[in-house]
Structure formats: structure tokens, C-alpha cells
Design a protein around this ligand. Sequence first.
Ligand code: N13
Length: 269
Amino acid sequence: REWSINDFEIGKPLGRGKFGRVYVAREVKSKFVVALKVIFKEQLEKYRIHHQLRREMEIQISLKHPNILSLYGWFHDSERVILILEYAHNGELYKELSKRGRFSEKQAATYIFSLTEALAYCHEKHVIHRDIKPENLLLDHEGRLKIADFGWSVQSKSKRQTMCGTLDYLAPEMVENKDHDYAVDNWTLGILCYEFLYGVPPFEAESQADTFERIKKVDLSFPPSPLVSSDAKNLISRLLVKDSSRRLSLQKIMEHPWIIKNANRMGVC
Ligand SMILES: O=C(Cc1cc(-c2ccc3c(-c4nc5ccccc5[nH]4)n[nH]c3c2)n[nH]1)Nc1cccc(F)c1
């Protein structure tokens, strides 16, 4: 069916996305709550990204997974393209992490398990996400993790070397501008697991140059903490490996003792 802006009551802005603003909105007839992403066509022209937008829409509309934010549909008028996206009631996981400082091992393992399942699903569909950082992770009304913002996902055929988001999550092969493949997502899972448990990413440094150096050397250390088990450190150490072919596979992550022991398989703690 053809949607139009008059089918929705627009609510508060939820944030500034890459190319437009996102608003909470309610479909008038069904009262169903969604997130509407408004992208201005003159922006698409100016940055010549209409082909990328079309590719992202094709990627998103084809991905159906409990831990991937849904794109329900879209419509456009003379000056805007509007995406109808799933509304994540509990907002950004990042805010939750800042508020709580760190997550328990059960919560961290549950998020890592959900992310691993979602990534395994994406890789089956030949989609590399490449930009999984806390601000792209949302939480639904049950606290279930949802990956959003496929701003830089590429079909694995084209190995473009464009830069991604903040440096903390970049794998060595991306920092060294080498070819990269699916294994960058495995590296990012290691970064996120560390950050969920310690509250800061493992290679954080004063300057970007220092972060680059720490990533390239895989300068990983675990501050002594009674709250982080050796199993957790073992998993992180087997993901933050320079040689991308030696990183623990997604399947092996799901079978790791720390995940088996701590993750809630329904994705909700
Ligand atoms: O742009 C995005 C992803 C995206 C999702 C969002 C987004 C941002 C915020 C929310 C939220 C949300 N819920 C909140 C509750 C409290 C506070 C903040 C919240 N944000 N729910 N759903 C969202 C969705 N922004 N950008 N995908 C995209 C882009 C181009 C083409 C395409 F097919 C998809």
C-alpha cells in the first residue's frame, strides 16, 4: 500500500541520523508506533547518495531478525524520502551503558550472544555490517538488543576502503587500510564485550594516533576486576587477534563457555 505523511502523527525527534532526522510517530488508524527517518532529496542529490540509500533500503528490507531493527517500508513526497523504521522503546544501548557504568556478565553475554546471532544471519545474507558501535545499538521495550543504522554496511562483493565511524571499533586491517572481510565484525564483538564489562573500549587513548597504535599492536590489557571472569577475558582475547583468520568464528563464540554459562538465549536478561 502507498503510505503518506498524513497516515502518521509525528512525535518528538529521536536523534539526528546520518542524512536526516528520526522522529517517533504513530500510524493514525492502527495506533502502531514507529520511527520515521526523514531524508531530504536535495541532500541525496548534494552528496550523490541516492544509489547508496537504495542499496541500504534493499539490504534492510531483506533482513528480518529479532536483533536487527526492521525497515517496514518507505514513501516520498516532493522534497523528502521517509523511511518507516521499527521503534525501539528503550533507546540507545550506549546511554544505558553510560548510566550503569558497566553491564553484569549475564547482561554483557546476552548482548554479545544476540549480536553474534544477528551477525551470523547477516553474513549468511552476504552483508558485512562494519560499523557496529554502541550508539548504533538500540533496546526494545523488553530490553532486547536491536542493531540499527546500516550506514556503512556493504554487500561483501565490493571491498571499499572508506573510513567508518569512531576509531575505537576499527580492526587492525581497517586501520592499516588492508583488504578486510567478514572477520571485522568478529573483532568488533571483542571490542564491545570488553566495553560492556569495563565501561570503556580496550584501546582508548588520549589521541587518535595513540588509539591507532594500540589497535595495530593489539595492546590489550585487563584491569584487575572481581567482576570480570577469566572466561570473559578468554573470549575477548580470542576475538581481539590481529590475524583476522585466527579470530574466533561466530559459531565458536556461541559455543564459548562464558556465553553458554551467562547468556540468556531469549536475548532478554
Ligand atoms: O538510517 C537507518 C537506520 C536508522 C535507524 C534510526 C533510528 C534511530 C532511533 C530510533 C529509535 C529510538 N527509540 C528511542 C527511545 C528513547 C530515546 C531515543 C530513541 N530512539 N527507535 N528506532 C530508531 C531508529 N536512525 N537511523 N537505516 C537506513 C538508512 C538508509 C536506508 C535504509 F534502508 C535504512
